[in-house]
Each structure stands twice: as structure tokens, then as C-alpha cells.
Design a protein around this ligand. Sequence first.
Ligand SMILES: *Cc1c(COP(=O)(O)O)cnc(C)c1O
Length: 952
Amino acid sequence: MNLFLSQSKEFQKRHIGPNEAETKQMLEIVGAASIDELIDNTIPTQIRLNQELRLPDSISEQEYLLDIWKTATMNQVYKTYIGQGYYNTITPAVILRNVFENPGWYTSYTPYQAEISQGRLESLLNYQTVVADLTGLPLANASLLDEATAAAEAMSMLFNKCNPKHTGKPKFFIDENVFRQTKDVINTRSQPFGIELVYGDHAAATIDDTYFAALLQYPDSKGSVEDYRAFIEKVHASGAYVIMATDLLALTLLTSPGELGADVAVGSAQRLGVPMGYGGPHAGFFATRDDFKRDIPGRIIGVSVDANNNRALRMALQTREQHIKRERATSNICTAQALLANMAAMYAVYHGSEGLKNIAARIALIAQTVLQEVKALGYESGSEFFFDTIRIKADKAVILPVAEKNNINFLYTDDGFVQISIDETTTQQDALDILYVFAEAKGQDEATIGFDSEEYSLHHIPESLTRTSAFLTQEVFNSHHSETQMMRYIKKLEKRDLALNTSMISLGSCTMKLNAATEMIPLSWPEFASIHPFVPEEQARGYAKIIKELGEYLSVITGFDACSLQPNSGAQGEFAGLMTIRNFHIANNQEHRNVVLIPVSAHGTNPASAAMAGMKIVIVKSDEKGLIDVEDLREKAEANKENLSALMVTYPSTYGIFEEKIMEICRIVHDNGGQVYMDGANMNAQVGYTSPGFIGADVCHLNLHKTFAIPHGGGGPGVGPICVKAHLAPHLPGHFSLNKAHAVSAAAYGSASILLISYAYIKLLGIEGLKKSTAYAILNANYMKAKIEKNYPVLYAGRNGNCAHEFIVDLRPFKQSAGVEAEDIAKRLMDYGFHAPTMSFPVPGTIMIEPTESEDKAELDRFCDAMESIFREIKTIEENVYDRTNNVLKNAPHTQKVICVDEWKQPYSREMAAFPLPYVWENKFWPAVSRINNTYGDRNLVCTCAPTEEWA
Ligand SMILES: *Cc1c(COP(=O)(O)O)cnc(C)c1O
């Protein structure tokens, strides 16, 4: 081995679990002589790439950090007062270190297994409480993707509510002073439904009964705080609803949307301690009245009880969601912004209501002081009532050069104003610096501000809109204000959650691989964290480099020609991809093409996204082997030949196998005038060996939070870029900052700051390591399959009986033989220290296991041992040693509280319950609550923290 070269290959060994000796043993078990042979036996020959991908070689972690630091310095951090939904904020260090930079928080999965997710569920409940309290609306969800998409979700929800037959009330009013990016996303999302958008000044608008809703910004894009009461009454009088896009920090001082009469409030929680990151990720929020509880998009955390009647949290009302309702779901939201919602919630816990109010009041005070002093210099003000944003009539040509010289960004409006949004980070010196700019522009070299007044009054907030109602009076927001308390609170919650820092999370279709520390470190650097998404290009050259290179790498990997990094989840990528196809058809005068073929086994987001894109869905059958029924596909493609828009197909299939006929499938669709959309959730089985482009698809989305190492964050953030063939490239999503229409996200590059993770992942692995990762993902899956199928039936297999990177274990037989259901096995795995695999997708009553390349043999063995041990437990029930309703599986998971009772009454021992295998003694993970009662929670929906009376 060449020691000089070895360093650049080190990361492969860090990322990939099995070492050489283990690889040998594992290959023996799967019956292949080498990795190459295993791949030959698994991936169909006809889809194998005939050359290596053109990607750079790997570099070492140290080299990468030096390299990325150079790129970081290509970004210039100015003092930025641009506002428009993005503000500087201070992430309290205790949150930065213990949440944002802590794998205990960022590597967990969406809390489907609630018993081992109580920590983040509590934090998300806090988030909902913050949103509900501040907006004055009782029902809030656990985050959406961003403010603009939250506004679009509100529009869809109300459109469907008012137009059950999609006609009658087609108009949507948008106040002219709504943020530009929100207008753009709404424009994109309105098109498939034929919603008529009407822009105007709310004060002058006539709203008749052809309108279903209206959208207002509060405070508006000019910073103005308007009293919307009269308008809201007018809208309600014509049988329509009102959505207010708003700012949580402003609402600590302003009368809440709920009190003003709004039906829905949306916005971004970014300025509650989440860095701007050139556009994201941040948590969008959504709050509404109780009567919309079955219509609300996204996840809702609810309070329920466990088997022992203890309070326990879970995701509520899941029957609204895409994995159950499919094309009739309330939205396509799957991955949202959990980690960022948790950071915002922690920010509110740390500051409490007084702290938040003080932050807001100081911002308002600085804003009004600056305005006053600028006026004293002889400028004309364009602001009367405002919170943080002031407008000054001034010539851009005069102000800009002076501001530029002082590294200050203002917003320059088309109507001749300089607009300044003050934020939490603005200091007295910053205020002076702003003033100097205006002084210098007038040729004066001096300016002063008096900051010594003890008494202050926020006289720019109108009395009629001054908040009088209390908020965040609950115990949790009044208990953790010292750093010691806060650190312990965060740790207390963290300990209730099983994340990748405890054990493997083998969720099929979710690819929970290593999220390496080196990949994450640069995210906290101000050169990346503190860049506003609307800064001039010259200040974001570092980002531009990363965006360009990553787009190119992903195009090479997928075999496509162009890439958009804008969608901020996989489902959003699906919507963006379908809209790209739609716009391609429209450009070819084929607007009528609106039929999408979707295999019955597709992920729920596929039909939900197709519905959002206004498509008509035709379901394609699978055969008994789990393959797409090609004859059925051909028939349906031909029957819909005139109107065929696309096929949505996952590859390898959702059953974890490489279909041999995929190329034929693509041909059939093309022959009938359709485009092939490939769902790239399973890209981890393709990278380096085959590609969607090579196979014959036209567009695919990738889940960077699966295949490309972005951590799952307990339910987001994600990035769902779409890659396309050249003919679709002109129709990719645009953004107003790029002078191109069809935006799907608020920011041009979506959740830009976390693109760094995938960029690092590709740089650190290089082409060799990427390919090896695919191979080991396949090896690990086939190794586990070989061991597990000794006891359990494994459904479906591809050539030579091999699976791709995941496989499905059939648990249905045990229902009959022992009364044991998939859920019992999932919960019992918790007692063994494991998170259950994907449950009942794509086949009910099964689990789907995807180990990924990052797990080593010992961990895979522990999991297989646990499955074997559970199999023996099932046998004892089958043999009537234990009762079918009272046994170690039915009572799982076992908490510390259950195990430690003085009088143990179960038919099995405590050791069997809590320490069923020797390895568990080494690293016991205790579920925080017993099995949760799901129906109770939905029947008694409570989705905010307990009110004050319960603890006072
Ligand atoms: C994860 C997944 C999606 C959705 O991705 P999100 O980022 O959660 O929206 C879509 N399709 C498949 C097959 C998936 O596994």
C-alpha cells in the first residue's frame, strides 16, 4: 500500500462498515466469491454502465476542511438588513452545541416509533404551542417546508374546502404587499387547479362570492403593520377565508391573527434562532382553527396515553397523510423541517415569553430610533406603523455605493425607497453605521444617536394592534432560562430518543447511513450560516461554486444533463419534476397530457404529488413477484395514449429488487407520448453502477437526506433535487432572483446550507468510494437477508435470488400462528435496543430492512440475533408456553418503570423482558413509555402543551 496515497482513501473506511475480513465472511454467507460477482449476480447486465462516472477522486477529511474553508471565504458576510422573511438571529450557543451539532438530535428519524421518540415529540409539541400561542389559533402543525409553501398549502386547503367539486369559487386574492417569493410559489401551485389569482391593495379590493380566500402579509413586505379587521370581515361576509402570513417575533408585540379573525396563519420560524443559510433550511409554520383539523397539511403531534395510562406523545391524525390517503391526502408532505422546528422551539423555551418580548421590543426600538435619526438628517420616511422594517425615500444610486463601502446590504425597492429590516443581532454600533451611510450620502461626516432613554414607548405600533393577550405561560417556557437548566432539558429529551448514535436504524426506503461529522462541521460557519438568500451574487460566490459543482456531480451520477437543487424534500422534488414535465408538454402544445401511471406499490408521496400537479392517476398492477405487470402497463399506456403525461416509477422497485424489464417499461411509456419520472429514493442501489438516465428515464428526484448523507433530523430537513434530460432543462423550477418562473420553494436554492453535506460526501468518497458504498449497501442487505430468511419468509427477490439494497420480511404468518402482528415485533425490537425497520410499506403486515453500507458486520449480526431471538419467542407462543395476549411481544416495549415494580406479575422474567440477549447489557436503551394508544390520541386531540392551570 502506498502510504502517501492512503490518506485520501481513509474516508471510505470511515464511511463503510465492514472491513476486509468481515467482507470475506459475509460474501461466503451470501454465496459470492467477490463483491464484483455479487454485483454481477444482482444488477441486470443490460442496465450496467459501461464506463466509470466522471467524478473527482476522493480527498481526505483534513484536505476537505481546508478546501471548504477556502470556498467559505468566497462568501462575503455583510451586515444584511434585507428582511423579506429572512433575518439575522442569534442561535443560543447551548442550542447550537446541544441540538444543531448533536447527532442525538440530528440523526434521528421521523417519530413513527413514538415510544423511542418522546424527546423530539415533546420538543415538536413545544413548537406547535409556540405557533398556536403566538398566532392565536388553536391548531398548529409540526412544521412545513418554508413560508411560501406553507402559504400555498393554505391556499390548497381552502380551495378544496370551498370547491368540493373544483368549481364555484375559483378566485384567490393576494395583497400586493405579500412577499415576492410567496407570490411566486403560489403562482406555481395555483396553475394545476385553475385557481384565479387576483392581486391588489386589500384596502381597495372588492371581494365577492367568487373568491374562496385571501392572503395578507402581517407586517407586510414594506414593513407596514396594517389593521386588517375590516378587510377580514368583508372577506368572511362573502363566504371566503383569510390567510395571514406573519412573523412570530413580531407577534410578541402585535395582536395575533387569530384575534383579528384570520382562519389560517402561516410563516417561517427562521428568526427564532435558526441561521439564514442562504435560504434554508428553516421551519415553515401553519396554524388554523379547530374546524380544519382533518384538512390541515403536514404532521401534527398529539397527546395520548400509553398502555399504563401514562401521558405519551405521538403523531396524530395520520389518516390525513399521504402514506394512507395517497392522492386524496391533505398534502404530499412527508419529510418536513423537524430539526429546525426543534431549534426554534428550544429558542422559545430558553428565552420564555418575557425574553422573546424583550428581543422584539429592542428590535422595534432600534428601528424607530434609526428612522428618527435618519429623518433628522433630512430624509423623508415612508413608514408610519411598523415593527422592525423602515422605509426611507432615497436614491439607490447615492446610497448603494456608500452602503457597499461599509459592507452593508439594504433592500432597494422599485418605488424608490431604501428598506431596512432590523434584527436581533443589530447593535448600537450597527445602528450608528446605518446612520453614517445616510449622513455620508448627504455629505455630512457626523451623526449621533442617543441610546440612553430609560423609558421607551413603541409608538410606531398602533394601539389597536398592540398585543394584550398572554402567550407561552406554560411551565416548559418558564423553567429553563439558565444555561445549566437548558443544557439539562435538552439532554433529558435527547435521552428519550433512539438515534444513529445508539444503534442502526434499518428503515427500508430511507437509507439511514452515516452522517459524518466532517460533512456537518462547516454548516455552523458564519460564512455559510449568515448569508441572506437575496444578497447580490458577488457576496455568495462560495455558495455558487458549491451549487454549480454539486449540480454537475448529481447530473453525472444520475446520467442527466441538468439539475435543480431548489426542492426541499423528496415529495417537493416529485411535484417539481411533474411540473417540469407538465410545462414541457404545454410548450409542445400538448397541454391535455395529464394522465400519470403509478404502480400500486408506489410510495404515498407519488400519487399525492401527482394530485398536486393536477394529474389524473391511473394505477398499474404488480405481478405476484412484486414486479410491475408490464402487460397491464402497456394496456394502460396505450389506452391513455392521447393524454399520457408520465409514468412514476421507483428503481430499484419499492420491493427492493432490480426489475429486469425496466428499459422496456421506459420504452412503452415513451412510445405512447409520455415521460418517465423516476423516484430516486433508492438511488443508493444505483450510484456508480447504473443511472436513471442510462436506464431511460427523463427526470428523477434524489433524496439528499437519504442517499447523499444529509441527516434525517428527526423528520427533516431534506433536499429533493431533480435532475433532467436536456429537453426538460428549460422547464426546471425558476425563481424571481434568477428571472425565471415556476418556483417551488421560497429560496432559489431551497435549503442551500445543507447542500454542503452532500457536497462533502461526494468529495470525501470520490468515484471509487461512492461505487463501493453502493456495493456494500447491496452486500449488507443480502447478508442480512441470508441470515434472516432462515426464520422468516422474505418476499420477492431479483436475479439469483438477490435483493438490491433492501428487502421485505413477511410477518403475516405469525398473526395466525401466534396472534403476533408486525407492530408487536416492531415494539419488541425496542427492548433489544433497535428501531424497527419500515413498517407495512410497501406491503401491509411486513417490515422492510435497509441496513446501508455504513453498518459493520457486528451491528448487522446483533440485529439478526435480535430477530432470531424474537422468532424463538414467537415459537414459544405458538407452542402455548405463553398466552397469545399476554406475552413478551404483546407487552413490548418494556420501560424501566414497568421492569422495576416491586411485584412482578408477568408470566416471563424481567431479564427476558428487558435484557433478552447478552449484548443488551452492554448498551441498554430504555423506551420512555409503554406501548402508545393511537386511537385514544385521535379521539381526544390535544396538540399543544398543558395550560398553566395544570402546573401552577
Ligand atoms: C422517502 C421517499 C419519498 C419522499 O421523500 P420525502 O423527502 O420524505 O418527501 C418518496 N418516495 C420514496 C420511495 C421514498 O422512500
